[in-house]
Design a protein around this ligand. Structure first.
Ligand SMILES: C[S@@+](CC[C@H](N)C(=O)[O-])C[C@H]1O[C@@H](n2cnc3c(N)ncnc32)[C@H](O)[C@@H]1O
Ligand code: SF4
Length: 381
């Protein structure tokens, strides 16, 4: 593998309860054997050792599921093992996702002392009624406490909010977001509620029983309100749903959007890497128990490695890159994939102020961000 810089993602597939909107690979189990899970992660790190070295690890991300439910010992052993076996960049970013429950808040200090330097808390809302509707087990007060504790332990704190919720009013969202921005964290992930197939919300929606969702016009207003407030409060919109104070952008996620190299360890995790001038994509086995079983037996739990065609690579550059505020460099895309975007289409989108195109740099303007999927479709078809 010709890799110079790499990111590593660890997927922890368990949660205390399943939120009705969530289609992440997350499961509720009454018993989890933490010792075996740790062994499985370590075995997988060893599987990757020869392939990755001598690359430099730029970022490590514990995501889920709810990785703050992992034993702190597991995080410690994984980080030590990475340090012993790889070169970590001096400014390596180490992120961990957390829920704001009391058990996990107590662990924040320990996570920080182990080297985790960025925490991402799933707050979702500061409205208790909406938190219950979203199936969350924490209150708004607990979420505020979690953000406060996180701010005292970490310089780099993100929290997630979901907006465009059932029966939510623009004015209430304005107040909620303004409050969120006053809490002192340096990064906000702000997602419009999306209704995913196969989730509890998805099933209710199909049965016509999910009431009060915003229509297209209201969704647009939510989006524009979000952008306006973030701009006014100096949260720079560096990605369509991610806002940060300057210098606090999430390196790990930016690497995804820039189509960098990343490996994933854990059930369902997918990775991308470059080898012999081709880009490869792979997936881990999704079922947690199957993944664990294979990993403990030192059988590679990757079930599919696929060489991306130049066209797929090109599409990925567009899909990912246009999410970022910096956009994509068309020359770079052409050099890497051999494909060029039809200039007629770009000029059309430019004339209608959906995109900006300067010195080979293509990026979305606000009008284009509102209809991101349509712009991408227009470019790719
Ligand atoms: C893996 S989860 C975060 C970590 C943690 N398990 C939690 O929920 O607090 C990533 C984030 O995606 C967002 N998310 C998940 N499903 C969503 C959906 N259907 N619509 C909008 N946002 C969603 C939530 O904000 C969530 O915090
Ligand atoms: S949103 Fe977070 S806590 Fe809820 S089920 Fe998904 S991963 Fe688990």
């Amino acid at each position: 593998m010709e890799i110079n810089q790499i990111s590593i993602y660890f997927h922890w597939p368990f949660c205390q309860s399943k939120c009705p909107y969530c289609d992440f690979n997350s499961h509720v189990r009454t018993h989890i054997d933490h010792t075996n899970w740790l062994k499985a992660y370590i075995n997988n790190i060893d599987l990757w050792k020869e392939k990755i070295n001598p690359s430099i690890i730029q970022s490590i991300y514990f995501g889920g599921g709810t990785p703050s439910l992992m034993e702190t010992r597991s995080i410690s052993v994984i980080l030590e093992h990475l340090c012993k076996n790889f070169t970590l960049s001096e400014d390596v970013e180490i992120s961990l996702e957390a829920n704001p429950s009391s058990v996990e808040k107590k662990k924040f200090r320990e996570f920080s002392s182990l080297g985790v330097n960025r925490i991402s808390i799933g707050v979702q809302s500061f409205n208790d009624k909406d938190l219950r509707t979203l199936g969350r087990t924490h209150s708004s007060k607990e979420a505020i406490e979690a953000v406060d504790i996180a701010n005292s332990e970490f310089l780099n704190v993100n929290f997630d909010l979901i907006y465009g919720r059932q029966f939510q009013k623009i004015l209430d969202w304005e107040k909620e977001l303004t409050f969120a921005q006053s809490l002192g964290s340096k990064h906000l992930s702000l997602y419009q509620l999306s209704i995913e197939k196969g989730t509890a919300f998805g099933n209710l929606y199909s049965a016509g029983k999910l009431k009060g969702l915003p229509n297209q016009e209201l969704s647009k207003k939510f989006f524009l309100t979000t952008y306006k407030l973030c701009k006014n409060n100096n949260f720079y919109s560096y990605e369509i749903s991610n806002f940060a104070k300057k210098g606090f952008e999430c390196f790990h996620n930016l690497n995804y959007w820039k189509c960098g190299n990343f490996i994933s360890i854990g059930p369902g995790g997918h990775g991308r890497y470059k080898q012999n001038n081709s880009r490869y994509s792979y997936h881990n086995v999704k079922n947690p128990e199957n993944w664990l079983d294979k990993s403990l037996k030192k059988i590679n739990p990757i079930f599919e490695i696929e060489k991306l065609s130049k066209l797929e690579h090109f599409e990925e550059f567009i899909l990912m890159g246009l999410r970022t505020d910096k956009g994509i460099n068309l020359k770079h895309v052409q050099e890497n994939t051999g494909y060029e975007i039809n200039m007629k289409k770009l000029n059309y989108l430019k004339n209608f102020k959906f995109i900006s195109l300067k010195n080979n740099n293509l990026r979305l303007l606000l009008k284009g961000k509102i209809v991101l999927d349509k712009v991408i479709q227009e470019i790719l078809i």
